[in-house]
Design a protein around this ligand. Structure first.
Ligand code: ADE
Length: 221
């Protein structure tokens, strides 16, 4: 998979993808991530990328030209162009699964007060990572990239994300490791029983109980 991220703040991405699982995925050539400063595409003498809003109002608005030119220079028939915006559709694990099957993703990070509405016409998908306003789409693109790369074949063991929270609309079951007793807190007996059927039943029940108490909205689905 190839991921291109368009931003005015490439320095925000320094080191973000250079550790842990994402770093390994890059080194193993499972994913290629490139950061582009769309200011470099501005044809304005002073590399301007924003202007005042028509109709008045506070703040500056990102203009079409640099973003259109940057996307058009990267886009192929295999590309999916994704805009990060608080008014996008809510990002979910199911979308991560679908996007992990794509060949090429292009993320556009908005910034400042907003962007020219016509930029949306470039996009196949508009995503929000939650009902709050970030200073720009940069952190959203990092979150989404991380969640997709871990799903690419061979990046982590398939077994590891088979039981992820949100699969089948359930939160993940609780897990324990050694020691068996830590400061009086015991590991549930059933996990020491060696009875795989019982363990599976226990885990499913715990998963349902946790979902019921923390995220009843998931069970309704
Ligand atoms: N840009 C600003 N806030 C955002 C959000 N919540 N999700 C995606 N992009 C954003």
């Amino acid at each position: 998979m190839k991921i291109d991220i368009l931003t005015l703040f490439p320095e925000m991405f320094e080191n973000v993808f250079s550790s842990s699982i994402i770093k390994r995925a890059i080194n193993q050539k499972k994913v290629k991530i490139k950061i582009h400063n769309f200011r470099d595409y501005s044809i304005d003498l002073h590399h301007k990328v924003d202007d005042t809003p028509y109709g008045g109002g506070a703040g500056m608005v990102l203009t079409c030209q640099p973003i259109f030119d940057c996307v058009e220079s990267l886009k192929t028939k295999d590309s999916k162009v994704i805009l990060l915006t608080p008014d996008g559709i809510p990002y979910k694990q199911e979308i991560a699964y679908n996007l992990s099957k794509e060949k090429h993703l292009i993320f556009i990070c908005g910034h400042y007060e907003g962007f020219d509405e016509r930029i949306r016409s470039l996009c196949d998908l508009q995503l929000s990572i939650g009902d709050y306003i970030l200073t720009g789409g940069e952190f959203a693109s990092m979150v989404i990239t991380d969640s997709i790369v871990r799903l690419l074949p061979g990046v982590i063991e398939e077994e590891s994300h088979k039981n992820d929270s949100f699969n089948n609309n359930l939160l993940d079951y609780p897990t324990y490791t050694k020691p068996r007793n830590f400061r009086g807190m015991e590991v549930p007996e059933v996990l020491l029983s060696g009875d795989h059927k019982k363990i599976e039943e226990y885990r499913r029940l715990e998963s349902i109980k946790k979902t019921q108490s923390r995220r009843p909205d998931l069970l309704e689905k």
